[in-house]
Design a protein around this ligand. Sequence first.
Ligand SMILES: C[S@@+](CC[C@H](N)C(=O)[O-])C[C@H]1O[C@@H](n2cnc3c(N)ncnc32)[C@H](O)[C@@H]1O
Length: 275
Amino acid sequence: MPSARQRTYQTGVSYVRPRAADVRRALSFFSRRSEVQRAREERRELRDAATAYAFAERHVPGGCHQLPAEIVPFLERVRGLHPHRICEIGCANGATTLALSHSAPTVELVIGIDLFVKNRAILRALGRPQQRMAFVDGPSLSPQALTRVRQNLGGAKFDVLLIDGDHSFDGALGDFLAYRDMVRDGGLIAFHDIVPDAYPQEGGAADAPRLTMPPCPGVPWAGDVPRVWDTLSPFFEHETYIADRGQQGFGIGVLEYRRDRVDHVLRDALAVARP
Ligand SMILES: C[S@@+](CC[C@H](N)C(=O)[O-])C[C@H]1O[C@@H](n2cnc3c(N)ncnc32)[C@H](O)[C@@H]1O
């Protein structure tokens, strides 16, 4: 296992400060013993998407970066698939990761990827018993992250992949292209933030790339994910979960993944769509 310092050199991301904050959050969580006990009891009662979401929102510090009117029906869709293996790219606080872990009784493996996956001790304590959770720190497109995800999958495929990490065009599309062969045919590849945000485009030009970092924390920011969604969705059976057509940011788009659609048709579309 490389040290935090070695991994900083490999990926360009420092883990020292986030790890210290994470230890503090875990100590605070586990010191409230009766609450932990109550959460573990509650966990046995999780029967559907709405209770799985509410459970995760209540117990994971910081909660989900999701609208309930979108994530709950998405979790229902996931549940209907009877999934065994799920991956989330961009876990933030890990609350959606936990909700996904409880989305169906069939889930055996959940892999969460982020520059630094927060709250992992809490997620492991509250995940479904007998389920494996693996967390991968680092940019999702780094060779190290891809290798670790493949190792954890052990040759199996994901039933569900949620892409919610790097919101640049190349980042979100890159996640799709790099991870799609780890998703089974007929599995789901979902994107969060398919609804455009209200930020101006870089330089103001209509075809300029969207801002790649959220300039105002707390204000919805979709980056270039809507353009990635518009590029990919015509080639697949798909559905969207959007709370309000007038909203800015958020929105979940779900593709039913078919390998044969990508190879011959998408290559040309991507060549046109790239800025
Ligand atoms: C909008 S948040 C994700 C919210 C989360 N999915 C949820 O539902 O609560 C985006 C996350 O992506 C992570 N991220 C950004 N670039 C990334 C990359 N290249 N690889 C992995 N994660 C990345 C950020 O650290 C951040 O935690």
